[in-house]
Each structure stands twice: as C-alpha cells, then as structure tokens.
Design a protein around this ligand. Sequence first.
Ligand code: UD1
Length: 364
Amino acid sequence: MKIINVVGARPNFMKIAPIDRVMAQDPDIETFLVHTGQHYDEKMSKLFFDDLQMPKPDIYLNVGSASHAVQTAKIMVEFEKILEKEKPDLVLVVGDVNSTAACSIVAQKMHIKVAHVEAGLRSFDRRMPEEINRLITDAISDMLFVTEKSGMENLKNEGIPDSKVHFVGHVMIDSLINFSEKAAESTIMEELDIEKGNYGLITLHRPSNVDNIEVFSKLIDAFEVIEKDLKLIFPIHPRSRKMIQNFGLEDKVKDMQNLVLLEPQGYLDFMKLLHNSKLVLTDSGGLQEETTYLQIPCITMRENTERPITVEVGTNILVGTDVDMILDEFQKVMNGAKRDSKIPELWDGNAAKRIVEIIKKELS
Ligand code: UD1
C-alpha cells in the first residue's frame, strides 16, 4: 500500500516523524513524504528534519507564506499534481494547519482516502484559523485518530460514525519520549548560562495575541513584572518578531535585562529548555500537552483550549490575556503550589504503532 504523509508547518514535523518511522519499517507500506513548504526558514523546518532524523521529503512544494486563501489554494494546486502522478492509497495529514486542510480536500475530491491524526479537537472558537482547518479536515476524513477523550465526544456530536474514529494516544508524545535522551545531550543551557528550574520558557505566536498592539503590549507588561523574579527565555516565532518591530516594542523588550530573546530553536534544544524549565508561558497548542506530560506548570495565554484534558488532569491553566491572572498564576508557581496532575490515557510512546496497525487493517 502506498501512503503519502504530509507535513507543512513546524508543529507537523514531530507528529509525522514517528509515523513515518513505523511505516518505513513495514514491508507492506511504501511511504512518500510531501512537504508543502508552508514553513520554509531553516530554523522552522530543516532543523527539525535533522533533529528528528527524518528522511528528506520526496517532494517539496515551496508554497511559502501568503494570505490564508492564497496559501491554501497554492497548496491545493500543487498537491493535486502530486496525487495525479503518485496515485496513493491513502493521504495522511496531521494537526490543524493550512496544509492539513488543503491536502485533505484535494485527496477526497480525487477519491483518495484520508487519515487525520489529532482529530476531534475543538476550541469552539471559529475565529481561530486552526478551528476551521480542524472542522473541515474531520468532516471529510475516512480515518480519524484521536489523542484525548474530548475528541471522541466532539466527533460523535458532529455525527461522525464511530467506525471511523480511533482513540490512539498522541504521536507528539511518541517523539517527546523517543528523543528525551538525545535532547538531554543538548548544550543549550550551558550556552545560555541557565540551570534546571531557574528560568521560565515563553512561546507566543497566535495572531489573536501578537497581531494586536494592545494585547501584545499587555502581555509584554506581564513579562516585565515576571522577569524581575525569574529569568525568561523566549525563542521567538518570526510572526511575533515582525510584530514587535511593527509595533515599535523593540526598545521596551531590549530594556528587560532578564528576558532573553532567541531565534526559533530546533527540536532537541527546545526540548532541553522545556524539560528543565520552572514554568512555561505560552499560547501554543502542543506545549500545553508537552508540559502536561512532563508535569511542568503551564500558564496558557488563551481564553480557550481545544485540548481540555491538559486543564482537567494536567498542569495547564488558561489565563487569557488578563495581566493580573497571569501574575497570580506565576506567583502560585513561585510559592511552590503544585497541582495534582496525571499523564493522559495512552500518551505512552506507542501511538504511531497503533495508528499504522489500524491503517493496515482498514486498507487491506
Ligand atoms: C502556523 C499555523 C499554526 C501553528 C504555527 C506554528 C496555520 C493557519 N497556522 O502559524 O496553527 O501553530 O504555524 O508555527 O496553518 N514565517 C517566516 N518563516 C517561516 C514561516 C513563516 O518568516 O518559515 C513568517 C512569515 O512572515 C509568515 C508568518 O511567519 O507570514 C506566519 O506564518 P504562517 O505559516 O502563515 O502562520 P504561523 O503563524 O506560523
């Protein structure tokens, strides 16, 4: 059976890596890796291929950045040509980025089966571009692989037949487990002169947080208070760096002695920073889950989450963009408050194996 695995943006790479690896070892499966080029900077893409020991993509579509419509359309036009030529039995997409939705639409219209990994997550906030991508991809997928129980309920409520839905755990956690030892060898902490537990880690890139000057300034105000007590390491997404410049916030950020801005980090260096951090301040989806797995306090600067398990049983707390709430939660962590937390069901490093087994059964 021939399967095309699709990657496009940074959060896709660590999800495809374990699936691609399991498939490569299976004599019944021929894989073909397509990279849409949604993310293209060396630090947003190639570095991850190297760190995650992934094979070079068989095809790179080179679509680059553009408005949502243009980017999605470009991916669709280019991906259609690949499917015409390769005629796979299945297209496998992960996550909720534009590449995920674009490739699943093209495949379905060519009567090629689609598997969606990380299906069923819902923030119920349709102003998030990812929520639209999730709804579209799930509505038309043939196999839906779910990471947490809320996903099963959401898909049931949307009328997706149970026979298509499989609760398998989380491939991103497979990568976290697989690469823990390798990440431990990273020398990033020596380079930054930091030690376990003496810094917080920030990531921030959602349009709702960084594309609005009032919101972005408020969040930086919160960091300004926090950095007085705890060093903050902030690997910055290109979108956020651009907005800091556009909004004239550069001087303010430079004046914060204890806030260290870094270029986007590769997978292994970032994992090392994460494993050893005292707390995480983020608006990322994946980090809410990685911190839950590692039992590190996570203060999420969003009003909602499509990953409710991280709040219910994990270490995540939603604070929106309310500075007082951010500072309150920060203080609690500094005062040693610990939340009882558990690792969610099936987040055990074997999700990719489960997925490939099910795919083989469904395709044969
Ligand atoms: C995308 C995903 C988001 C994911 C995020 C992780 C969608 C709708 N959004 O958002 O779900 O959480 O990736 O990073 O798919 N840029 C570069 N170099 C790159 C890529 C982007 O400089 O390699 C800059 C460009 O200015 C671009 C901007 O970042 O316009 C945004 O990139 P884009 O892929 O459109 O969205 P992200 O914010 O990265």
